[in-house]
Design a protein around this ligand. Structure first.
Ligand code: ZN
Length: 71
């Protein structure tokens, strides 16, 4: 293997497990998740507490959004 994550991006860590359709979905989520999540109120940085629960470092607001990323 020359490149470990060739073509399959973040799902490369699962190699051939789970099947291609599952890994494609995983890539879609993970690529969003890896971007910096921004507070919709003050554009500050947010922390994810658990699935869908986020809070902002800057303004201290706690809010619900998507499980793995903010839209
Ligand atoms: Zn904020």
């Amino acid at each position: 293997m020359a490149r470990k994550t060739k073509k399959i991006k973040a799902a490369g860590k699962y190699r051939t497990r789970s099947g291609i359709s599952v890994r494609k979905k995983y890539n879609a989520v993970e690529s969003k998740q890896r971007k910096k999540q921004i507070c919709p109120y003050c554009k500050g940085r947010v922390i994810r507490h658990s699935k869908g629960i986020w809070s902002c470092k800057k303004c201290g607001k706690k809010f619900a959004s998507n499980a793995y990323y903010i839209e």
